[in-house]
Design a protein around this ligand. Structure first.
Ligand code: HEC
Length: 346
C-alpha cells in the first residue's frame, strides 16, 4: 500500500511542477489511518469499536466514535468511563467532542462572511445526550487538581462546549483605552455651519482654499479623533480616515459630516439587539459567528453576547456619529477640515 501511495503524485499528471506540496507529496502516515477510520465508520460496528477501550486499538476506535452522535455510543462510552482508568482522558476528549452536534442547516442563517472555521462544528447545538455528558464533566470538576481543571477547560474551549463552569484558557480581550471627549458640548455650539443650508456649505467648498494644517487641528478640536483613526491602530469607533480621500470626494465628505444619517458606511450600521431576558444592547457588530456576537458601543465598551441568548437583531437607520460636530465652524474652517480629509489618499 505504501508502495502504491508513493507512486501517485498529482503534480506529475500535467507535466508542471505543483506549487502545492501538501497535495503533491504522498503522506502514507496519515492516509492509512484515515482510510482505516473511514472504513470502520462505513462498517459501523458500534459494539466492536466500544470493545477496544482499554486495548491498544482504542485510539483508532475512539477517533471513529467521536463522529457518531448516537445515544448508544454515548451510553457505551459513559458505561466504560468509571472502569477505564488508563483511558479516562481519551474518553473525556471523545465525550467532549460529542457534547455538541452540528446544527442542521435549515436555510435561516449563514456562516457569515467570516465563518468560524476552527471546528469541530460550524454551528454547535446540544442534542439529547448533552445533559449526561455535561454531568460527567461537572462531576469531574469536583476535587479536581489544577492540572485536571486545565484539561477540562481546554476541552471546553477546543470542543466549543460553552459550559461556563468548566472555565476557559482563552484570555479575555482587553480593548485599548479611548480618548474621552465631550461631544454634546461640541455639537451644541452654534456657528456659520450650523445656520447655513447644506447646499450653500457645499457650494462654498469650491470657492475656498482649504488649509490642511488648520484642518488637522480642527479634526482634533471638534472631537473627530475620538472615533476616527488617521493611522492604523487608532480608535476604530468610526471608519478609518487614513485614506478617506481615495474613497470620497469633498462633497461626500462634507455630507457625511453634516448629515451622518444620510449614508451609513459599510460595517457601521447601528445594531439594536434584544436579548431573551429583555435587556437591550446597541452598537456595531464587530464580529459575529454562530456562538457569539461582539458589539462595540460609542463609548468603546465591548460586549460579548451569546447568540443563543439573542432574541432579535435590528439595524437602525441612524448613524452613531453625532450630527452637528462641525456646527460651530466658519465656512472657511469647514473647508479646512474637509480639505484635510480629502488629502488623505494613498
Ligand atoms: C462618536 C463617534 C464619532 C465622532 C466623534 C465622529 N464620527 Fe465620523 N463617523 C462615525 C461613525 C460611526 C461613522 C460611520 C457611520 C456613518 O457612515 O455615518 C462615521 C462616518 C464618518 C464619515 C464617512 C466615512 C465613510 O467611510 O463613509 C466621515 C467623512 C466622518 N465620519 C467624518 C467625521 C468628522 C470630520 C468628525 C469630526 C467633526 C467625525 N466624523 C466625528 C463616528 C464618529
Amino acid at each position: 500500500m505504501r508502495f502504491y501511495l508513493s507512486l501517485f503524485d498529482p503534480s506529475e499528471t500535467d507535466g508542471t511542477e505543483s506549487t502545492n506540496p501538501a497535495h503533491s507529496t504522498p503522506n502514507p502516515d496519515i492516509v492509512l489511518p484515515h482510510l482505516a477510520a473511514r472504513s470502520l465508520m462505513a462498517m459501523g460496528d458500534r459494539e466492536a469499536l466500544l470493545g477496544t477501550v482499554g486495548t491498544s486499538a482504542e485510539d483508532l476506535a475512539l477517533w471513529v466514535l467521536s463522529y457518531r452522535h448516537e445515544p448508544a455510543v454515548v451510553d457505551g462510552l459513559l458505561a466504560k468511563y468509571e472502569s477505564a482508568e488508563g483511558s479516562q482522558e481519551k474518553l473525556l476528549e471523545v465525550l467532549g467532542r460529542l457534547y455538541m452536534n452540528e446544527a442542521p442547516y435549515d436555510g435561516s442563517w449563514w456562516w457569515t462572511t467570516r465563518p468560524n472555521t476552527r471546528g469541530p462544528y460550524y454551528k454547535p447545538v446540544t442534542w439529547e445526550k448533552s445533559t449526561e455528558i455535561k454531568a460527567l464533566f461537572l462531576a469531574g470538576l469536583e476535587g479536581a487538581d489544577d492540572a485536571k481543571k486545565t484539561r477540562l477547560a481546554s476541552i471546553n474551549d477546543r470542543m466549543r462546549m460553552s459550559i461556563d463552569d468548566l472555565g476557559t484558557l482563552i484570555p479575555e480581550r482587553v480593548e485599548p483605552e479611548q480618548p474621552t471627549v465631550d461631544l454634546a458640548k461640541i455639537s451644541s455650539q452654534k456657528g456659520a455651519i450650523g445656520s447655513t443650508p447644506i447646499e450653500d456649505v457645499i457650494l462654498s467648498l469650491g470657492k475656498l482654499e482649504g488649509d490642511l494644517k488648520n484642518g488637522e487641528m480642527l479634526f482634533t478640536r471638534q472631537g473627530c479623533m475620538a472615533c476616527h483613526a488617521l493611522e492604523q491602530g487608532g480608535p476604530a469607533l468610526g471608519s478609518y480616515m487614513g485614506q478617506i480621500g481615495s474613497i470620497m470626494n469633498d462633497e461626500q465628505i462634507a455630507t457625511a459630516i453634516l448629515r451622518p444619517d444620510y449614508t451609513i458606511s459599510q460595517g457601521f450600521q447601528t445594531a439594536q439587539v434584544k436579548m431573551k431576558d429583555g435587556t437591550m444592547h446597541m452598537g456595531f457588530v464587530t464580529s459575529s459567528d454562530s456562538d457569539t456576537m461582539v458589539l462595540r458601543d460609542m463609548a468603546g465598551q465591548v460586549t460579548t453576547l451569546k447568540q443563543a441568548d439573542v432574541e432579535k437583531e435590528d439595524h437602525l437607520p441612524n448613524s452613531m456619529m453625532p450630527a452637528g460636530l462641525a456646527n460651530a465652524l466658519s465656512l472657511k474652517e469647514f473647508a479646512d477640515l474637509v480639505s484635510f480629509l480629502e488629502a488623505k489618499k494613498n
